[in-house]
Design a protein. Structure first.
Length: 640
């Protein structure tokens, strides 16, 4: 197997090969893009031509219909018809044809005989070529029809209406000729080649008009006769050594016959400007490749040794060794590169040191957030679920222990609680003494942030059970915590001064979460969540606690206690949850006696539940001193 014997030759082959591949890829991509773009524009032009052609036929049909209806209701023409004199009728038809600027007008009897025609004034004759369009008129409720029809080998766009005197007495036909002049008008409007073919029932295709040359016209006829494309499909057709994009569509089908239009745009003409550009590109690519070969030779000669040194140092950096840089004594770009490389090594070592230290001061997610972008004051609005937890009676706990014991205990507690936060993808924003402020939804977004926060709060309570078991084995008292959770739109970002920043969230929603944590001891529960959080956790079971107005808030907030799987099953299975909610509803309706009875039974079944006793006390107080008329079941807290 072939192997390079020097770095210089390898570098030379690599640079030249890479440049050749890039230039080739660019050329192929540009060529393909130009061809596809040209085809796309041509296809759009063909669709526009098709729309224009169809609209032109519709406009002509509308004009013909309007003109012939006028004649059908013209009293003078009916008078001429009543004479049954062919020349008189023909003269009236010719006069109306010229005023309508039509190509032909006829009066045909109901049995298909041509009574008079502007084409040729002959004796009465049975013109079978008109039979299909007359049959269409007879099938119409109004006796009118329009179609493309061959008359004497020439295609006409005909409109047929009945002549009433007052009963249907004859058919009046008016039409425009469809020929080369007609399609040339289409080409002037759209710059597309237009060819029309028509096939009466059970006969061969006939060429009725085209903007192509005679040779191309015949070649197209032969090609389509051999293999007819599907209508609406753009195909490639080669005529007289020139490629055309062709679009075929039906402008008449069934009834009197089948008519198709073949719309074409020259692909060669559309690509002509690009072909000139492609020649110039090939010339420039060739010159660039030659110059690159010469430059690569010069560069390879001066890079071999410095590159080897850089590679060796890079490998040491990859292994985490930032102790040594690269020693290259040069004053050119290689020397500058070596100096920059050494500076980079120092920066990487410092960054790694800072990141390791920062990861111990704040959460890893916040550290990554701060290091991944330019650090500046300010933030952004986003929906975040904020969790506050706090140790109950921490001040009393500190009175019986030394500072070192308190710090050790606090570190053990925070370690367990932080693991619960991180296990649910949350971020510890800060430790506030014995309290924890955690974020779900910032800086890392999750669709289920509220559910994660609630699961985290339950995990924290469960982790506290294990920690208390360890503390009791060490003859230390157990701990209790309260957790408050709220979901709201807050401002998340860097707060502080220009010299010292802290990533956090701010807003009324943060304050509410802190207030809810403080309410846990009032209701004798470990966790309280706001209604906004509860509504975003449809799969979880909650027990409504109260409707409260906390300090600093004007609007009341419904608060809930999440129930973990075991508690939810127990409450639901015993019916206690339904009984409690019924009692709460009676309490809010001020039906004190019935509410007191239900809360009394609940308290007897669960004497350890402070919540039921709380409502019993409230009911006793309200029975003696009723609440105001606008009470609404809201409990007001004036302290944090």
């Amino acid at each position: 197997m072939f192997q390079f014997t020097s770095f210089k030759s390898r570098l030379l082959v690599f640079i030249i090969g890479l440049l050749g591949i890039v230039l080739g890829a660019v050329f192929v991509a540009v060529n393909r893009a130009n061809v596809e773009n040209a085809r796309l524009h041509l296809e759009e032009a063909l669709e526009i031509t098709a729309s224009s052609f169809a609209k032109d036929l519709q406009d002509r049909e509308r004009i013909l219909t309007e003109k012939v209806r006028l004649l059908s209701g013209d009293f003078a023409f009916k008078t001429a018809f009543a004479t049954q004199e062919r020349e008189t009728i023909r003269s009236a038809l010719e006069n109306h044809r010229m005023r309508a600027n039509a190509s032909v007008m006829m009066l045909v009897s109901l049995d298909g005989r041509v009574i008079a025609s502007t084409l040729e004034p002959g004796p009465d004759q049975d013109d079978s070529s008109l039979k299909p369009v007359l049959e269409l008129a007879m099938q119409d409720d109004h006796g009118e029809a329009s179609a493309i029809q061959l008359i004497g080998g020439q295609a006409y766009q005909l409109v047929v209406v009945p002549l009433f005197t007052p009963q249907p007495s004859a058919w009046i036909l008016i039409g425009f000729v469809i020929n080369d002049a007609f399609v040339r008008i289409q080409r002037e409007h759209t710059r597309s080649e237009v060819s029309l073919m028509y096939r009466p029932a059970d006969t061969a295709w006939q060429d009725i008009g085209s903007t192509l040359s005679a040779e191309s016209r015949q070649e197209l006829m032969n090609s389509l006769t051999a293999s007819m494309p599907a209508p609406g499909e753009v195909t490639d057709v080669r005529l007289q050594q020139e490629d055309f994009l062709s679009l075929l569509f039906d402008f008449q089908s069934g009834g009197t016959g089948t008519g198709i239009a073949i719309l074409q745009r020259s692909l060669d003409a559309a690509l002509a400007p690009y072909l000139r550009l492609r020649t110039l590109m090939l010339l420039l690519f060739g010159v660039g490749l030659l110059l690159s070969i010469g430059g690569a030779v010069l560069i390879a000669r001066g890079l071999s040794r410095p590159v080897e040194l850089l590679v060796q140092s890079t490998r040491r950096i990859e292994s985490g060794d930032y102790s040594t840089g690269v020693s290259i004594r040069r004053k050119d770009e290689i020397g500058t590169l070596a100096h920059s490389f050494n500076t980079m090594v120092s920066g990487l070592a410092e960054r790694d040191k800072v990141q390791n230290l920062l990861g111990k001061v704040v959460s890893r997610e916040i550290a990554d957030e701060l290091l991944s972008r330019e650090i500046e004051l300010g933030g952004e609005e986003r929906e975040v679920t904020v969790l506050f937890s706090d140790i109950r009676s921490f001040t009393t706990l500190c009175e019986s222990r030394s500072p070192q014991e308190i710090l050790t205990l606090l570190n053990r507690f925070l370690t367990h609680m932080s693991k619960a936060v991180e296990s649910e993808g949350g971020v510890v924003d800060k430790y506030i003494g014995d309290a924890i402020m955690a974020l779900f939804g910032a800086p890392i977004r999750h669709q289920d942030s509220p559910e994660r926060a609630v699961r985290c709060s339950i995990s924290m309570q469960e982790a506290l059970v294990g920690l208390n078991r360890e503390l009791r084995e060490e003859d230390q008292g157990g701990l209790k915590i309260g957790v408050g959770i709220n979901t709201a739109v807050v401002v998340a970002g860097n707060v502080g001064s220009t010299s010292r920043l802290n990533y956090t969230v701010l807003g009324d929603g943060v304050n509410l979460a802190s207030r809810l944590e403080g309410l846990t001891k009032n209701y004798g529960v470990g966790i309280i969540v706001s209604e906004s959080t509860k509504n975003r956790c449809p799969a979880m079971v909650f027990r409504e606690l109260d409707l409260v107005r906390v300090k600093g808030k004007h609007e009341p907030v419904a608060i809930f206690e999440p129930l973990h799987a075991g508690s939810a099953l127990c409450y639901s299975g015993s019916g206690m949850l339904d009984r409690y909610h019924s009692a709460l509803e009676l309490y809010r309706r001020q039906e004190w006696a019935e509410a007191a009875r239900l809360f009394g039974k609940l308290a007897a079944d669960a004497p350890e539940e402070k919540l039921y006793q709380l409502y019993q006390c409230r009911i006793d107080n309200f029975q003696e001193d009723p609440p105001p008329e606008d009470w609404g079941g809201v409990t007001v807290f004036t302290q944090k």
